[in-house]
Structure formats: structure tokens, C-alpha cells
Design a protein around this ligand. Structure first.
Ligand code: PEP
Ligand code: CO
Length: 452
């Protein structure tokens, strides 16, 4: 099919089936909002997206590991410097634990600065007596349970742009301005180990990292004075769902003439919108950014090979990341034939594990949750599948927050079903809290240590 595709343009998706499209009530207002977004400066630059692609090429080759993490859905209301800083802090802590254990660079990509739109399994939901249009993320409508709040509002597209710009600005400041200093990030982890009920289990690894840092200092390497140890790159990513918004930020790179979606460094297509003949794949195939695709348990090898041929016909390493989200019970069996098919066909992909979206269930009180142990079990199955097929388990893709929420159960602090109501704050799916996330990094580090 890929051979018969027409020429691509930023608008060539317009006539194709477009799943998950919000019912914007006023086409004129939508057009106005998109025009406004199209007149704004790019949020990221083509050269940055190319750098991420080179780093991901290292992941594809087995020389680096991808940590993609952040909110399920960013919120217009919970938007603050503290919130962004805490999320970044957790990502940096996880990255150091993984760097030390896996012994390769960690490519850090946030689900941040643009992760606003949500695909939904149904277009309406029942709230008491009301049947309401579903909440589709703050870039579209509001979560409040009223008919008025759920009407898609195009002004939100402009607000999403501005919030992304402020978030990115702060991320750039934090990652280059001393906050990310290696010694400092490690001191937070030591504090975690000292106060975690599971701390003992991690003492040895944390002490090893500490000794490595002391060794460096003794050799005269001060982390603060060394930009490769005091500064980091954190790239941005989100699901490319609202294609009008993505198109409005798609710009031609003056250096190469190629088109880049300048709303984020990396874009992915979700499990519900990845039809080969659909609008979302059509849009992503033409942008120069690194792209990802979710791969659920029903994915066939034939589909995946066609997807690889469509999104990465030139087989550029780092261009395509396949993010499997199978569920803990299925991952090992379902993933193995896919690993084999893609490897045999010679496609240089990054394989990442999203252990969140296949492991969601309803707790007795009706809260959507995920169990820490199931999440870990999916990563375990993912690693085992790769070991069996001789491929590189290239990364993890997780939903987390830097706040002390109670949305996922289990983990070192043993959040229970009964705790879920106390701080359940997510706009959409349940996220790991800060301590569960660091806990997870140590556990994943153990799994990968066995691998490498
Ligand atoms: C998500 O990543 O938030 C998501 C909706 O995932 P998926 O498309 O895999 O269901
Ligand atoms: Co989610």
C-alpha cells in the first residue's frame, strides 16, 4: 500500500477517515483558532528533532535506553512551575538510576508540553441521569460534568499552545540552569532510599552510584563545572491526535526543505487511531520528526510490517519507535512474533514498553487504577521476550507525576484500594506517584541488569 500513496502535504490527511475527531460546533471559530496557532512561532526546532532522532538511533542499535514519561493528560488547571519541576525531578532521578544500572545513556522524553488530547473508547458517558459527550482533554473541552463544559471550544487550541510554550520554557531553564546537576539529583534519590519502606532493597545500588560520584570528584571532576554532568536534554512528546492543531504547527525546515511538526520533538499515534489508511498515519508519515506508534495485543505481524514501511520507508534508524502495550499476561507471547517479523524484515526500530495502558482496571470503589506489580510484570515479560528473540528492550513509556497522588495501587508505600480516594487527581488515567516512579526505576534497573 505504501507504494501507492499520493504525495504528502501537511493537509493530505484531510480527506481520509479521521477517528476520534471532536464535534467542534462552529467550523468558523475552529478555523480562526487554527489560523492563530499557525501564526505562532514554532515550539521546537527541526535541528532538535533531528538530535532526538540520532539519540533514538543509538537506542535502536542497543547502545542507549529510552525513558518516555509524564502525564496521561496535562491539565490547564494544575499548571504550575512546582508541578513541572517535580515531574522533571522524578524523570531525572529515574534516568540516573537507569544510567548506572544499564550502563548506557538514557534518552529522556517527556509526555509533556503538549500532551493534552485524549482518545476515548466511547463518544458519550453516563453521569447520573445525564448522558454527556466524553471529556477529550483540555485542548478540546472541560471535564466538569455538564453539557456546556463538554462542548468542544476552539479557543482551547490556542491556550494549549501557550501552556506548551511556557512549559517548554521552564523545562529548558531547569535542564540547563543547574537543577539537573548529577550530584544533586542523586542526593534526592538517597533521601528516597533512606525514607522508603523498601529502601533496604535499593541501598546497595544507591551506594554504588554514590561511590561512582565520589570517585569522579576525587579525580577532579566536579559535576557543577562540567556541562555534560550538570545539564541534560529532556525532549518533549505527545499523541498527535488533534490533527488540525498539529498541521498548524507544521513548518518547513529552511535547512533541508523537509516538514517538521514543531509542536513537539516526537509525536506518536495511539492504539485507537493507527489505521494504515487513516488520517493520523497519513499525517505522521510526512513529518521529519521521530514518530512512535502504540502496539496493542491485537496487532498482527503483517500490519506491523506495513506500518514500518509506511512510516519509515527509508529505514532510518531512530525514526520509528514501536511502543508495545499488551497487558502483563499477554506481552511475552504476543510480542515475540512481532519482534521476529520486524527484525527479519530489517526494520531498525526502537522497541519500548508501555506497561500502563494494558493493565488498567476498576477498583471496588469504581476508581480506574493500575497495580504496581502488574506494571512491573509487563516490563518483565517485555524484557524476557527480547531476551528470547535476541533483540534490545529499548525503553519504557510510563504515566507518572511528581506529586504525592494515590492513583495506582502497590509499590513501596503499599497504596491500597482504600487509599485511592484520598488523592486521586488525574485528568484521565491513573499515574505512578513520585515514590512509585523511583521505586519502578530501581526495579526496572534490576530487570535490565539481569539482561545486560
Ligand atoms: C495514552 O498513551 O495515554 C493512550 C491513550 O494510550 P493508548 O493509545 O495506548 O491506549
Ligand atoms: Co493514558
Amino acid at each position: 500500500m505504501s507504494e501507492t500513496r499520493e504525495a504528502w502535504s501537511p493537509s493530505s490527511w484531510h480527506d481520509l477517515p479521521y477517528g476520534q475527531q471532536p464535534a467542534w460546533p462552529d467550523p468558523g471559530a475552529l478555523e480562526q483558532a487554527l489560523k492563530q496557532v499557525a501564526s505562532m512561532p514554532p515550539l521546537v526546532f527541526a535541528g532538535e528533532a533531528r538530535s532526538l532522532q540520532s539519540e533514538l538511533a543509538q537506542v535502536a542499535a542497543g547502545n542507549a535506553f529510552l525513558l518516555q514519561a509524564g502525564d496521561c493528560a496535562e491539565s490547564f488547571e494544575e499548571f504550575s512551575a512546582d508541578n513541572i519541576r517535580e515531574k522533571l525531578r522524578v524523570i531525572l532521578q529515574m534516568a540516573i538510576i537507569l544510567t548506572y544500572s544499564v550502563g548506557v545513556p538514557i534518552v529522556k522524553v517527556g509526555r509533556i508540553a503538549g500532551q493534552f488530547a485524549k482518545p476515548r473508547s466511547a463518544s458519550t458517558e453516563q453521569v447520573g441521569d445525564l448522558e454527556l459527550p466524553t471529556f477529550r482533554g483540555h485542548i478540546v473541552n472541560d471535564a466538569t460534568a455538564s453539557e456546556a463544559a463538554r462542548i468542544p471550544d476552539p479557543d482551547r487550541l490556542v491556550q494549549a499552545y501557550h501552556q506548551s510554550a511556557s512549559t517548554l520554557n521552564l523545562l529548558r531553564a531547569f535542564t540547563k540552569g543547574g537543577f539537573a546537576d548529577l550530584s544533586r539529583v542523586h542526593s534526592w534519590t538517597q533521601e528516597f532510599v533512606a525514607t522508603s519502606p523498601q529502601g533496604r532493597r535499593y541501598e546497595q545500588l544507591a551506594a554504588e552510584i554514590d561511590r561512582a560520584l565520589s570517585f569522579m570528584r576525587a579525580c577532579g571532576i566536579e559535576t557543577e563545572a562540567n556541562s555534560s554532568l550538570a545539564e541534560v536534554d529532556v525532549f518533549t512528546s505527545h499523541e498527535a491526535l488533534i490533527l488540525g492543531y498539529e498541521e498548524a504547527l507544521t513548518r518547513q525546515d529552511s535547512l533541508t526543505g523537509n516538514w517538521f511538526d514543531c509542536s513537539a520533538h516526537m509525536l506518536w499515534v495511539g492504539e485507537r487511531t493507527r489505521e494504515l489508511d487513516g488520517a493520523h498515519i497519513e499525517f505522521l508519515r510526512g513529518v521529519g520528526n521521530p514518530v512512535g506508534c502504540k502496539v496493542g495485543p491485537s496487532t498482527s505481524a503483517d500490519y506491523l510490517l506495513e506500518l514500518c514501511a509506511t512510516l519509515n520507508p527509508s529505514r532510518i534508524p531512530g525514526r520509528l519507535t514501536l511502543i508495545s502495550r499488551m497487558g502483563a499476561d499477554l506481552v511475552e507471547d504476543r510480542l515475540r512474533p512481532l519482534l521476529r517479523a520486524v527484525t527479519d524484515a530489517g526494520h531498525p526500530v526502537v522497541w519500548a514498553c508501555d506497561p500502563m495502558h494494558g493493565n488498567t482496571y476498576s477498583a471496588p470503589n469504581g476508581r480506574k487504577t493500575r497495580h504496581f506489580d502488574q506494571i512491573l510484570r509487563e516490563v518483565g515479560g517485555f524484557v524476557r521476550a527480547h531476551r528470547a528473540e535476541g533483540t534490545w528492550p529499548g525503553g519504557i513509556h510510563v504515566e507518572l507525576t511528581g506529586e504525592d497522588v494515590t492513583e495506582c495501587v502497590g509499590g513501596g508505600d503499599a497504596v491500597s484500594d482504600a487509599d485511592l480516594d484520598s488523592r486521586y487527581e488525574t485528568m484521565c488515567d491513573p499515574r505512578l506517584n513520585a515514590r512509585q516512579s523511583v521505586d519502578m526505576a530501581f526495579r526496572v534497573a534490576e530487570l535490565l541488569r539481569e539482561f545486560t
